[in-house]
Design a binder for this molecule. Structure first.
Ligand code: AMP
Ligand code: ZN
Length: 669
């Protein structure tokens, strides 16, 4: 027993250290694969011996805990906001003000830090372990989001070095551009409305109930301030250095300025450099460096007197909100769009801005005819950031969110916990119908050359095409008379449609546009079930046995197949000759593992883990993630967790080592 406890703590320590090397130092010394393997070993041990599990174990990173309600808790040290300015003159005035308090000739140094644009967070550490994470809230009280925060890899769960017994540390949780764009690419693929900007996405992520969803988001956390009853530290710059030593991610962009002129230099330097940062900043924070000077200066009701945020001018303009229009996406999601009096912002004419959803309109308190401030930053769609209340005439029309679909008049629904309204009239709402067909013919799905989005729209409006099945029922003589449809392009179109019949089953499945079924999920499902018929007959439970397929996806697939209109479409696709089975299921020289379910664990000599999995799949086998009574084989490499093995033994499932697996492959089952 003691052995096991020791093993658990040794694995935890090693994993914490590797995590630090990877996420803080950017200098990993082991492969991701090795890391995953150690992590899964620890997970297995913790499952088997829960009595030894540390609440700050590295396994917390993957999430899993669900928080239904976030407790509101008072901050031990209030979280103030920052006074801010856009002008260098005001910075000079600020210095004059503080000199009045500190003495005209006193030497003052400043730390200059980047102002990260994300969600602020306060972390409490007791004896070197993270015990609580609070949002800023109103500055006095915040929400406890500890479980979610533990999934953020750059936040240490255990500290290093010589840290105080009890302290709080403040920082900003941000979503770097790359992660943000990736998330949006996925959203686009699934036909979901896009996230508006990294800041909102970061703060929204922290309030997700399911922490494993938070774990999937590439959030990072930069730390910038310590708070404690007593710190054996004299200055902000030193505090940053110490925090770094204790294992926190503190960017080294912070710099010590010895005069306000040096502060200006820093500001100018970063005005240029910020454009190539991998994340967004909205300014610079200037802090009086010495803590004894900070203490003398103290706080106003809202903000410290010893700090100032210098904000970079975002490209902004004011214009008039003419009306709000509503767009209907492929999935029926409704996005309100602000129609603006055209205005020039950083070289482009802006006429529209996304309003995202009803909550956003209400938060802004928008009314038609309002003068609004519009901002255009980076690569994001322009957004309305506020209203010029001085310019509001007394009777402005309020915006009442529509209750019926603007295209088909179907009543809209907004489900509890969702921000978006949906038109659920999938089969007879024109933009949804057109969007679904456009998705089906798209490059990543059936890739039908000779047919573009515009033509789909034309054929739809001519009544020749109302769903994807109709593509295979088109008649040349009906299309030729249409304007813009010359013989040659019609021939191309039919050739493209014909070719699509050879596209693999996984593409057909992706093309159906089932909610949450993106390209990768479609491939996984196609491989695991092998055919449309098998998938249609599968329960949600059976689907979740497949790697990467969670309950939400499985239920969505089951729901899709429960609609008779969808079944009709699939029947037509099938009788038109589309691929409804995985290729290796068809001609079977290589189907020695057909339908057999494998769990693969551990490391192998001749294969990478992905390699062995894809080989099993190429022989018709199915990879599942955990051992159950339906498993046929456990292929166990070095370091396979004991719990997997025990379970396999209990259930009398053959356990194969690498050599035995190779034999099985040679000889067949
Ligand atoms: P504001 O929200 O404009 O009042 O600005 C204050 C916020 O800036 C704080 O609550 C922090 O979340 C954020 N912030 C970002 N970077 C820093 C930094 N380096 N130092 C202090 N605050 C920062
Ligand atoms: Zn509709």
């Amino acid at each position: 027993m003691e052995e096991i406890q020791k093993k658990i703590s040794q694995l935890s320590n090693e994993l914490n250290e590797h995590n630090h090397l990877y996420y803080i130092e950017d200098a990993p010394v082991i492969t991701d694969f090795k890391f995953d393997q150690m992590l899964s070993e620890l997970q297995d041990l913790e499952k088997q011996y829960p009595q030894f599990k540390d609440p700050n174990s590295p396994t917390q990173r993957v999430g899993g805990g669900v928080t239904k309600f976030f407790d509101t808790i008072e901050h031990r040290y209030p979280m103030y906001s920052l006074s801010n300015t856009y002008s260098k003159d005001e910075l000079v005035q600020w210095e004059t003000r503080i000199r009045k308090i500190l003495g005209v000739d006193t030497e003052i140094c400043y730390t200059c830090e980047l102002k990260f644009d994300g969600a602020s967070i306060s972390l409490t550490y007791e004896n070197g372990a993270l015990v609580q994470a609070l949002t800023r809230g109103d500055g006095v009280q915040g929400d406890a989001i500890t479980t979610n925060v533990k999934t953020i890899n750059s936040i240490p769960l255990k500290l290093k070095g010589n840290y105080p017994k009890f302290f709080e540390i403040r920082g900003e949780i941000i979503l770097p551009w790359m992660g943000f764009h990736k998330m949006n690419e996925k959203r686009a693929e699934l036909g979901e409305p896009l996230y508006s900007n990294p800041r909102n996405t970061a703060s929204g992520s922290l309030k997700l109930q399911d922490s494993s969803l938070v774990a999937e988001r590439p959030l990072i956390c930069f730390l910038y301030a310590l708070a404690a009853d007593q710190l054996m530290i004299d200055s902000q710059f030193e505090a940053l250095k110490k925090a770094r030593e204790w294992g926190f991610k503190v960017p080294d962009s912070a710099s010590l300025a010895h005069s306000i002129d040096e502060v200006f230099e820093f500001i100018t330097e970063w005005d240029e450099k910020r454009k190539s940062l991998p994340y967004e900043i909205d300014g610079i924070v200037i802090k009086v460096n010495q803590f004894n000077q900070q203490n003398k200066l103290g706080f106003t009701a809202k903000a410290p007197r010893w700090a100032m945020a210098y904000k970079y001018q975002a490209q902004q303009a004011s214009t008039v909100l003419l009306e709000v229009q509503y767009q209907v996406g492929r999935t029926g999601a409704i996005t309100p769009v602000a129609i603006l009096k055209p205005v020039l912002i950083s070289g482009t004419i802006v006429k529209r801005a996304s309003l995202h959803n009803q909550d956003q309109i209400e938060k802004l308190g928008l009314r038609i005819g309002d003068t609004v401030f519009v901002e255009k930053g980076g690569e994001i769609i322009p957004k309305i950031i506020g209203i010029d209340h001085d310019k509001r005439a007394s009777f402005k029309e309020e915006i009442s969110f529509i209750s019926n679909c603007p295209e088909c008049k179907y009543p809209l629904t907004r489900e509890v916990g969702e921000v978006q309204h949906y038109c659920k009239n999938e089969i007879a709402c024109p933009p949804q119908q057109i969007g679904k067909i456009q998705h089906f013919i798209g490059r990543k799905a059936m890739d039908i050359e000779g047919l573009g989005g515009e033509t789909v729209s034309l054929l739809f409006h001519e009544g020749l095409l109302s769903n994807i099945a109709d593509l295979y029922r088109l008649k040349k003589e009906k299309i030729l008379p249409l304007e813009r449809m010359a013989e040659k392009s019609v021939n191309n179109l039919f050739e493209g449609i014909e070719k699509s019949k050879n596209k693999p089953f996984s593409k057909v499945l992706f093309g159906l546009g089932i909610r949450y079924v993106g390209e990768t999920v479609a491939k996984r499902l196609a491989k695991a079930f092998g055919s449309m018929n098998a998938l249609m007959g599968a329960t949600a439970e059976a689907m979740t046995e497949t790697e990467e397929i969670g309950g939400r996806i499985a239920e969505s697939v089951v729901k899709y197949f429960s609609k008779s209109s969808n079944i009709e479409v699939i029947k037509v696709l099938s009788s038109s000759g589309l691929q409804m089975e995985e290729a290796q299921n068809l001609n079977k020289p290589h189907s020695i593992f057909k339908g057999k379910k494998f769990v693969v664990s551990g490391v192998f000599e001749h294969y990478s883990r992905e390699g062995i999995k894809s080989e099993i799949e190429s022989f018709g086998g199915i990879i599942i993630s955990s051992v159950s009574s339906k498993t046929n084989f456990l292929v166990a490499g070095d370091g396979t967790g004991p719990s997997k093995k025990t379970k396999a033994i209990d259930l009398k499932i053959p356990i194969l080592n690498e050599k035995e697996f190779l034999n099985l492959k040679e000889q067949g089952i």
